[in-house]
Design a protein around this ligand. Structure first.
Ligand SMILES: Nc1ncnc2c1ncn2[C@@H]1O[C@H](COP(=O)(O)OP(=O)(O)OP(=O)(O)O)[C@@H](O)[C@H]1O
Ligand SMILES: [Mg+2]
Length: 476
């Protein structure tokens, strides 16, 4: 028969060891025992035990010392300390040093067995989590990219918090990936095969929101013709995700606080409490602390939610992630659209890198999809980018952005710079066709040619940089 778990007993009193062996042995645990700290630690070093029961008073050392060594050398072993009398001082020290629990002699057999069983469950989970984290470190988080330090920190945090049930508050501007992070936390947690239930609180009136969350019993309100389960019940053993948590009203905040504290609630119009095991993840793009200061958000709820805070920086503050994201979305959209390898032209790339991304990753994702869909060849030209991105740089700086730039310069110089900008802009919009640009500027081609020469606009180099890439890609 496979043992239910391995336990090491370290106690100098022989009759204590014997009665523990008898009790735990009859339950099918694999047991070893030691009468001294030295012998106990030697055995613990020889094989990994799931659990150790350690007497506080040992002849050759204190049990607390043994606990410290165990926690250092065998962190996957759970430890229960055994004390001769109920001393809160010892209990405090034991828990400070990482003991999972403690029992006092004489113990109650049933309670001891329950304690052992629940600790073994937890230590099994811990061992699984250690393995799981190792695998994640090796293979990375799926579907979420970023190499900036800020994003690496976010990934580390996700890996640390996913195994637990801790409530997480994700903050970040619109489109920074809050929902993606919430999903990743769920998908890499032990709850992964249970539901992930997103709730968008913003659009619903209070009554509807509460019945959506908590369910209702028949007759709770006029249209409640049948009882209905709420999303908290749907999410049982899984994760519930509150999007835009800052928009929920104070009344509902109070109910939410109760669920977080008690893990139970009542259906609307109901009298029975419903117990659920739900992990709560919330997101906001407004500063909740500000809402707290303005009395629009309950402070106690804020602290309950903010147990683990994940902050997603805007894309403009982590520009080193842009190339990675471009690759990621380019690969995805070219695959989805049945296209081969695709690349951005150097000019397009420069515009993308220079852009400020007010819409963050979502804006970038949309820009890539649009370019892929609109392009006929494998090279995505600047002209395929949305106007607000293409307008930005054109690979050179605009002269007329403000009058601070005209100080100390001649009018002729200023006008020439402006003329150069306008011609470059039009050339870029015309895919560097001089004929087309001349038409659009309503000047003869020969005049455009003269201006290009006089203003020393390097058309050849620009066009070539696009063409060379196109050719090299085309010949693959
Ligand atoms: N680091 C990332 N790697 C890959 N894709 C990402 C990343 N961050 C965001 N995305 C993608 O960008 C889009 C927007 O992300 P998401 O919906 O999670 O943002 P959000 O912060 O919830 O936005 P909003 O505040 O507007 O609700 C999604 O399609 C998401 O998959
Ligand atoms: Mg969102």
């Amino acid at each position: 028969m496979q043992s239910k778990g391995s336990i090491l007993i370290i106690d100098d009193e022989q009759d204590v060891r014997e009665s523990l062996e008898e009790l735990l042995g009859s339950e099918g645990y694999a047991l070893d025992s030691a009468g001294t700290a030295e012998d106990g630690l030697k055995q613990a070093g020889d094989r990994p035990y799931d659990l150790a029961l350690v007497d506080v008073n040992l002849p050759d050392s204190s049990g607390i010392e043994v606990l410290k060594v165990l926690k250092r050398e065998s962190p996957e072993t759970g430890v229960i300390m055994i004390t001769a009398y109920d001393s809160s001082q010892t209990a405090f020290q034991a828990s400070k040093e990482g003991a999972e629990s403690y029992i006092t002699k004489p113990w109650d057999n049933d309670k001891l067995l329950l304690e052992v069983e629940s600790l073994l469950d937890r230590s099994r989970l811990r061992a699984e989590n250690v393995q799981w984290r190792r695998a994640l470190k090796q293979y990375g988080l799926p579907g979420i990219v970023g190499k900036s330090q800020a994003m690496q920190k976010v990934f580390d945090l996700i890996m640390q918090v996913a195994p637990s049930r801790a409530t997480v508050l994700i903050q970040g501007e619109s489109g920074t990936g809050k929902e993606l992070v919430a999903k990743t936390i769920h998908a890499t947690s032990p709850r992964a095969d249970r539901p992930f239930v997103p709730v968008n609180t913003g659009s619903l009136p209070v009554d509807l929101l509460e019945s959506t969350l908590f369910g209702h019993v028949r007759g709770a309100f006029t249209s409640a013709v049948a009882s209905k389960r709420g999303l908290f019940e749907v999410a049982d053993q899984g994760t519930i995700f509150f999007d835009e948590i800052g928009t929920i009203g104070v009344e509902t905040q109070t109910k939410l606080l109760r669920v977080i504290q008690e893990r139970e609630f009542m259906r609307l119009g109901g009298t029975d409490t419903v117990k659920v095991d739900v992990r709560i993840v919330a997101a906001t793009n407004v500063d909740l602390r500000r809402l707290v200061a303005e009395n629009k958000f309950r402070e106690d709820l804020f602290y309950r939610l903010n147990v683990i805070a994940v902050t997603l920086p805007p894309l403009r503050e982590r520009k080193e992630d842009i190339p990675l994201l471009l690759d990621h979305f380019l690969a995805r959209f070219s695959r989805e659209n049945g296209r081969g390898d695709m690349h951005f032209s150097p000019e397009a790339l420069k515009l993308l890198l220079d852009h400020d991304w007010p819409g963050n990753v979502r804006e970038l994702e949309n820009a890539v999809e649009r370019a892929v869909v609109l392009s006929s060849g494998p090279v995505l030209q600047a002209a395929l980018l949305p106007e607000q991105i293409a307008q930005n740089g054109n690979g050179h700086h605009h002269v007329i952005t403000g009058f601070e730039e005209i100080d100390g310069r001649s009018l002729f110089d200023i006008m020439e710079n402006y003329e150069r900008d306008v011609i470059m802009e039009m050339l870029s919009r015309s895919n560097w066709s001089q004929t087309e640009a001349a038409e659009r500027l309503r000047i003869p081609l020969s005049t455009l040619n003269q201006k290009i020469k006089r203003l020393q606009i390097d058309v050849k180099r620009r066009r070539n940089s696009d063409l060379t890439l196109e050719r090299s890609v085309g010949s693959l």
